[in-house]
Design a binder for this molecule. Structure first.
Ligand SMILES: C[S@@+](CC[C@H](N)C(=O)[O-])C[C@H]1O[C@@H](n2cnc3c(N)ncnc32)[C@H](O)[C@@H]1O
Length: 320
């Protein structure tokens, strides 16, 4: 039985209100296939399952529906280049700005099953001087993916997706048929539920990874999220987006900086290399998703190619 227009409209509205994920007409098949396991658990078909939710809009099952509609695709060191830019340009810049001491704070927003924050933890452990520590706050809307992330356990198939061989032996250990992330890395990360429509985790952060999630939102939602991120990022901090995402044409408070094959974003007017006494920006007020549009600017700078400073990546390349 295919999804009725009423069922689709109810789910699309619920998911948009709770997560801002847009389910355009034509996604009926996606909704049906994602909700089928929930309907089966409830011993019914998808339309009857949704009719039950419409009759009981406060049911906890509505949360399960929203989570089922999230796309949790992820991998280790996803796309490679952003992590190289972090290692070779942004971390050295931030370390210099902090005088090589203290703590860097990183927010991995929409972290899915944890490959992103664990990849970040590996980079930080490798690159930070002994007198510096790092803390990673890793968040996602979905409690299900967070529960998986917290285990720090991955199958061989998952490890095969982007994990360099040297990193694998250095930072994970085999447990039965799985691989487990080392305690030292796990201690660096706090996983917690957070909806990007809400007030962000308490800043300030030096680095924000917000990758492969803005693509699901409309322009006003993207603008609201970028605004909130700007408020918790240090003035000389860095924002890293997904390959298909940009601040350009969406929010004019950011400067795009090209680093070799990728771009990162810094708060507009960010100091270049100097140490910043990091005044915490104004406390956050909930801004909702549809703040007034601001004039769209476009600022872009390139930093010197990293080629000269780039050390080879972990030998061995991705594990096969
Ligand atoms: C495609 S994954 C990206 C994972 C990781 N950042 C990466 O680039 O590999 C998108 C994640 O965004 C999360 N997400 C979707 N809407 C969200 C929202 N409104 N607030 C927080 N997380 C959200 C989903 O649960 C999902 O885990």
């Amino acid at each position: 039985m295919s999804l009725t227009p009423e069922s689709f409209a109810f789910v699309a509205d619920l998911v948009a209100r709770r997560s801002a994920i847009q389910l355009a007409p034509g996604k009926e098949y996606l909704v049906e296939s994602r909700l089928l396991p929930l309907a089966r658990d409830a011993g019914t078909d998808v339309n009857t399952f949704i009719a039950g939710l419409r009759a009981q809009p406060t049911s906890p099952l509505t949360t399960a529906v929203v989570e089922a509609m999230t796309t949790n695709e992820t991998s280790w060191f996803r796309d490679g280049a952003p992590y190289q830019a972090l290692r070779r340009a942004e971390l050295p810049r931030l370390v210099a700005a902090r005088g090589g001491v203290g703590r860097l704070r990183v927010w991995s927003a929409a972290c899915s099953t944890g490959q992103e924050p664990y990849s970040l933890a590996m980079c930080l452990r490798d690159e930070l001087p002994a007198a510096m520590t790092a803390e990673i706050v890793a968040t996602d809307l979905s409690e299900q993916v967070l529960a998986r992330a917290r285990t720090g356990r991955y199958s061989q198939l998952e490890v095969n997706r982007g994990m360099p061989a040297q990193m694998l032996v250095q930072h994970l250990r085999r447990v039965g048929t799985e691989w487990e992330v080392a305690d030292a890395l796990r201690r660096m990360i706090t996983f917690r539920a957070h909806n990007l429509l809400d007030v962000p985790p308490a800043g300030p952060f030096d680095v924000v990874f917000l990758r492969n999630v803005l693509i699901y939102f409309d322009a006003a939602t993207k603008r609201g999220i970028l605004d909130r991120v700007l408020r918790v990022l240090r003035p000389d901090g860095v924002l890293v987006l997904g390959a298909a995402e940009t601040t350009l044409g969406v929010h004019d408070g950011w400067e795009r900086v090209t680093i070799d094959r990728t771009s990162v974003y810094r708060p507009l007017g960010a100091p270049n290399l100097s140490s910043v006494p990091t005044p915490h920006r104004a406390p956050l007020a909930p801004t909702g998703t549809d703040g007034a549009p601001s004039p769209i600017g476009h600022t872009h700078r390139s930093v010197t190619s990293l080629a000269a400073t780039t050390r080879p990546t972990a030998p061995g390349g991705p594990v096969r």
